[in-house]
Design a binder for this molecule. Structure first.
Ligand code: 8YV
Length: 322
């Protein structure tokens, strides 16, 4: 019998299981809340999946667990302190989704500034009865200023698209300066207030951490231009969503394009749902056929590496345990 690995993603590709995992492990694909999953937790050495709350209570049900491999770059659903204490290595997939998420940020920028979804709705409702008049005009994206908050891999990929594709002026705010982005896209490192006041698009790519919780609130939306557009492809809890909805209702800012929300799936009583100047995406920035396959494959390979090769640090969130 080989060591046991659990996967709690129903659509996980069988070919990845066969090729990457099966030579080393007995693999079980099960729903995370099911009694069978709970039973298998008792002797599993590795888990692959995304979502749920991977907290101390969950981890303590898996006394043999050596590694958890999340199918994501973000790991805010995992209790890292508990994992460190229990000696469980946490693996993630930071590289393979960068370009797909950057594409989504640009999609949300274009959709909001050119009002693509709103005008599509008008056509379907039979409101296109004469040539387009100024009430339906959008705003240019070409040569505008983009402020990126959180300049990691994804922020840099967004900057590249905006600079080379749309000749945009790039500003960024981050914990540290990124000279590579400054050289490549002429991005300028500035303070948050100045970024908010000067940008036509403000793009949030921040992860959720204790420091970024409700990072964007009313005072920040009030600093932005009334023509500015707010994009979020980071994490929903980084934004005080009620303050954002208030800013959109009162046209403090022009529009928002959101892939992530404080509560997901977005509750049906969210004020965002009744606003025309918001484009909503269901936490789907990495959701392309190619990227999701690459993430699944990466998560599987990460688990094999950490459990079979000593000193694996690539894609390990807590290399102190390797
Ligand atoms: C999700 C994401 O993980 O990688 C992240 O951090 O937010 C997304 O790519 C994905 O939806 C789940 O597989």
């Amino acid at each position: 019998m080989k060591p046991k690995v659990l996967i709690y993603k129903k659509s996980f590709p069988q070919e990845v299981i066969d090729k990457v995992l099966a030579p080393h492990f007995d693999v079980f694909v099960l729903g995370i809340g099911t009694p069978e999953f709970k039973e298998h937790l008792k002797d599993t050495v590795g888990i692959i999946g995304w979502g749920g709350r991977i907290d101390r209570q969950f981890l303590e049900q898996a006394p043999k667990l050596k590694a958890f491999s999340t199918i994501s770059v973000g790991y805010d659903h995992c209790d890292l302190a508990a994992m460190n204490e229990l000696g469980i290595r946490l693996m993630h997939t930071p590289d393979v989704l960068t370009e797909a998420v950057a594409d989504s940020a640009l999609a949300l920028m274009l959709a909001t500034t050119r009002r693509v979804v709103e005008l599509d709705r008008h056509i379907r409702q039979g409101q296109w009865v004469k040539s387009v008049s100024p009430e339906w005009y959008g705003q240019n994206m070409y040569k505008k200023t983009l402020g990126i908050v959180g300049m990691g891999r994804i922020g840099k990929a967004i900057a590249r698209r905006a600079h080379f594709g749309f000749d945009m002026n790039i500003l960024y705010h981050s914990r540290t300066a990124h000279h590579d982005a400054e050289q490549e896209t002429h991005a300028q490192f500035i303070g948050l207030d100045e970024l908010l006041q000067s940008s036509d698009f403000v793009c949030c790519v921040l992860p959720k951490t204790p420091q970024t919780l409700h990072y964007f609130k009313q005072e920040h939306f009030e600093m932005m231009k009334s023509t500015a557009i707010f994009i979020n492809v980071g994490r929903g809890q980084v934004v005080k969503e009620n303050d954002l909805a208030h800013a959109l209702v009162h046209k403090t800012i022009y529009a928002a394009g959101l892939d992530v929300f404080e509560v997901e799936p977005l509750p049906l009583d969210s004020p965002l749902l009744s606003l025309d100047n918001v484009v909503l995406f269901p936490h789907a920035s990495s959701a392309t056929v190619e990227t999701r396959f690459a993430m699944d494959e990466d998560a599987a390979q990460n688990l094999v590496n950490i459990l079979t090769k000593p000193n694996t640090i690539k894609n390990c969130v807590n290399p102190n345990l390797c």
